[in-house]
Design a protein around this ligand. Structure first.
Ligand code: NAP
Length: 511
């Protein structure tokens, strides 16, 4: 029923100048695009169809989107109809027609009609009725795009795809809808849309053409693809989809890992609703770690102790919750301990560790180190929280103002001081740093914090948060799949994503 053999990413190109639109068309062709939508409403001058169609690298969709539907069209409806008719005659392969105007635009030649409905406010109560009407209309492809206000909206839209009588593209806009743009492919959507140049703000929540190919491997997704994901709010900048999907690809697994934005307080209903997909496992991040521990039907020892989980694995009856942060931090420290004078690693248990912070990560690390027999001191800006953690762990607490007087051989920063965007902050004075000190900064955005930079300058043995981040993801991957994670590849992917050079390349990838 699909016009394509395998699922396709439709590259969406919207530029104000013909020259740039042509340049992106050519580049999309070089990057293997199999379908391109030209958002002709973006053009600042009337479209020159001949110019845009010559040398087309693949089938083209002509779209003139109205502002009410999220577009840039500024002139009258009559002028829009005239240009749509001209685009059809000029030889576009597909034309996008909103459901309310299809009677005004007659079918012509072989041009295929994508009959669309957009709602930039939310999901209408009569969504299913609208879809029924669209399927009955003269459409080759039916397209429904609404805006997710809750995670459950994605499920409602995806339900349309289950018994679709016509090729249907249905998904949710907005960052809460991002996952539906990929999940719909599993349910038979012939294509999904990807912004060829993400800086152009084509549509809220849209992924880029490049990430849909490289990270989500859209053309490999089918009904058997296993689904995993990360739950958080916000979630748009999470690196987890990048590394887990890279690992699936490396091991040749038919699996996909998606970002799910779930607002605080909605985790329980989300987990229940999304069982129907089903999702086999989740990474859990802020603000859901405590809620995840509460929602789980089984918890491992650490989760019970901390009351917080960063991993949920689906079981027959619910979810098994674990916390991979503590193990990852220990593995990371053990693998990176400095060598002593005898060229042997000084064992972890003989080190005095000062933990800065008393949040989730500090808690996991302080407990784990104490259990290993390490002499731990906790310090925290908020005295009450820090003292409570120290009491819970059974270790020493020092006041934040007294932290520089603490004797230690290893300093672990578990605060967010120095994290993006506060790059010029560090949690200790530089005079505290000496060549005998090992410095572990758990922050990984950026990898080289000011603390790490200063510590390196002063000859400290340093460990960054990337190693721990990759290991905690690796432990999750093992729980999700039962397979050993390709840690080197995962670390490489994270470092590439964090490198300023790469960010520049991404931003400049298209003319
Ligand atoms: P959290 O629960 O929110 O705790 C934040 C901690 O930072 C608290 O102790 C807080 O002190 C302290 N803090 C914040 N601003 C401060 C300031 N201006 N001065 C002094 N202390 C300040 O966060 P979390 O989940 O534990 O995460 C903490 C850090 O760990 C994050 O920055 C993140 O980058 C890193 N992390 C790394 C990994 C990894 O795998 N490498 C994983 C997760 C998190 P108060 O109690 O006084 O507010």
């Amino acid at each position: 029923m699909s016009p394509f053999e395998t699922p396709v990413v439709c590259a969406v190109i919207g530029r104000t100048r013909h020259k740039m639109m042509q340049a992106e068309l050519e580049e999309a062709g070089k990057q293997g695009a199999k379908l391109i939508e030209l958002r002709l409403d973006f053009l600042s001058k009337p479209p020159d169809f001949k110019r845009l169609l010559e040398g087309r690298p693949c089938p083209l969709i002509a779209t003139f989107r109205r502002p009410a539907d999220g577009g840039q069209w500024r002139a009258s409806e009559d002028q829009r109809f005239m240009l749509i008719r001209q685009a059809i005659v000029a030889g576009f392969d597909f034309v996008d027609l909103e459901i309310d105007i299809i009677d005004k635009i007659p079918r012509f030649g072989k041009v295929q009609r994508i009959v669309s409905y957009h709602n930039i406010q939310g999901v209408p109560d009569n969504l299913e009725e609208i879809y029924k009407q669209m399927c009955a209309a003269d459409a080759d492809v039916v397209k429904i795009v609404v805006t997710a206000q809750t995670p459950a909206d994605n499920l409602r839209v995806m339900a349309l795809l289950k018994n679709a009588p016509k090729p249907t593209v249905a998904f949710c806009m907005g960052d809460m809808g991002t996952a539906s743009r990929v999940l719909g492919i599993r349910l038979g959507m012939p294509f999904t849309y990807g912004a060829f140049n993400k800086e152009r703000q084509i549509a809220p929540g849209i992924l880029s053409f490049s990430e849909l190919h490289k990270t989500y491997s859209i053309d490999k997704i089918n009904a058997e693809t296993k689904v995993f994901g990360v739950i958080g709010d916000p979630i748009g900048h999470s690196l987890s989809p990048l590394i887990h999907n890279a690992a699936f690809r490396k091991l040749g697994m038919n699996a996909i890992y998606l970002p799910f934005r779930v607002p605080r307080g909605e985790l329980a209903s989300f987990l229940t609703g999304y069982r129907e997909i089903p999702v086999h496992g989740y990474s859990v991040t802020i603000p859901h770690k405590e809620a995840a521990a509460k929602c789980a039907t089984e918890c491992d020892e650490l989760v019970t102790k901390f009351g917080a989980a960063n991993t949920l694995v689906a079981t027959e009856t619910g979810f098994h919750a674990t916390n991979t942060d503590a193990q990852a931090a220990l593995d990371s420290l053990r693998a990176n301990l400095p060598l002593g004078a005898d060229n042997q690693q000084v064992p972890l248990s003989s080190r005095k560790v000062l933990v800065l912070g008393a949040g989730g990560v500090a808690r996991a690390i302080a407990h784990a180190l104490h259990k290993e027999g390490v002499y731990v001191t906790v310090t925290n800006r908020s005295e009450e929280r820090g003292a409570k953690l120290a009491e819970e762990v059974g270790c020493k607490f020092v006041n934040w103002t007294a932290r520089h007087q603490t004797e230690c051989g290893t300093l672990i920063n578990c605060t967010s001081v120095g994290m993006h965007p506060n790059l010029d902050e560090m949690p200790v004075h530089q005079s505290f740093l000496n060549p005998e000190l090992m410095v572990f900064d758990t922050i990984y955005t950026p990898e080289t914090t000011l603390l790490i930079r200063e510590a390196r300058t002063r000859g400290c043995h340093c460990l960054t948060g990337v190693d721990m981040f990759v290991r905690q993801a690796g432990l999750q991957f093992e729980q999700f799949t039962g397979q050993a994670p390709p840690l080197d590849l995962m670390a490489m992917v994270v470092r590439k994503a964090l490198s300023p050079v790469h960010i520049k390349e991404e931003g400049e990838s298209a003319p």
